[in-house]
Design a protein around this ligand. Sequence first.
Ligand SMILES: Nc1ncnc2c1ncn2[C@@H]1O[C@H](COP(=O)(O)OP(=O)(O)OP(=O)(O)O)[C@@H](O)[C@H]1O
Length: 261
Amino acid sequence: MASHTGRLTLAPPTEGAPLTTEAPAVRVRGLTRGFDGRAVLRGVELDIARGEFVALLGRSGSGKSTLLRAVAGLDHGVAGAGDVDTPESVSMVFQDSRLLPWQRVLANVILALPGPGARERGRAALAEVGLEGRERAWPHELSGGELQRAALARSLVREPRLLLADEPFGALDALTRTRMQALLLRLTERHRPAVLLVTHSVDEAIVLADRVVVLSEGVVAADLRVDLAAPREVTDPGFAALRARLLSLLGVDREERATGE
Ligand SMILES: Nc1ncnc2c1ncn2[C@@H]1O[C@H](COP(=O)(O)OP(=O)(O)OP(=O)(O)O)[C@@H](O)[C@H]1O
């Protein structure tokens, strides 16, 4: 495990913690972060088991990206304390693909994959995300959905133990987003990384995650296991009940729901 701020002793399981005695892939303890003297995270506690998919919800500005960056170890210089343990191999995907515009798609996918066999693995990863035949395309020749497919291929080609995703489908149209969710589900079921996905969409969280964590007032305010059979349908009464509970935890009232906020 990589430890950003020191080793930890095993703590007793917290509510909603993974149902396993195996050491978790991610362990966050007492995490605080703040900007300009204002606390954003005030003692976040979070475990993610190996291969577990956790979605992170919270109102805008609640600190979801701040938490994700802290888990990624990408927040040097930000004031705070606490302990974060993660696996050594971590990949991250963002709302934009972050492909290098001057490299072809295949070269982008294998950028962080040195050694013999990289091109073959890159080709296989592109085929897995449905981009067979687009290896020599330039990023500007791909659609928004295709760019995110390439970003997923690039993040999974290294077989990371942890995938961090910050609103990866936030800029896509509804139909493309639904298809990308199905793709992400297939990919994570096959490769089994632990996943921490930041999303604004309650439905996306319920469709994809094993657990949904709600961040509020700088702490984990709720940690709910999603016990719904696959494929998860929005028409399922269990789905609707969980959605209502999460919306209420997020403080979204009936009027806002009616207007689609
Ligand atoms: N680099 C920074 N400098 C100053 N303030 C910051 C910085 N990064 C984040 N913040 C502040 O910290 C708070 C949490 O931001 P963060 O981006 O983590 O929230 P979020 O839950 O991801 O929001 P959103 O859902 O709108 O993306 C916000 O008030 C934001 O303005």
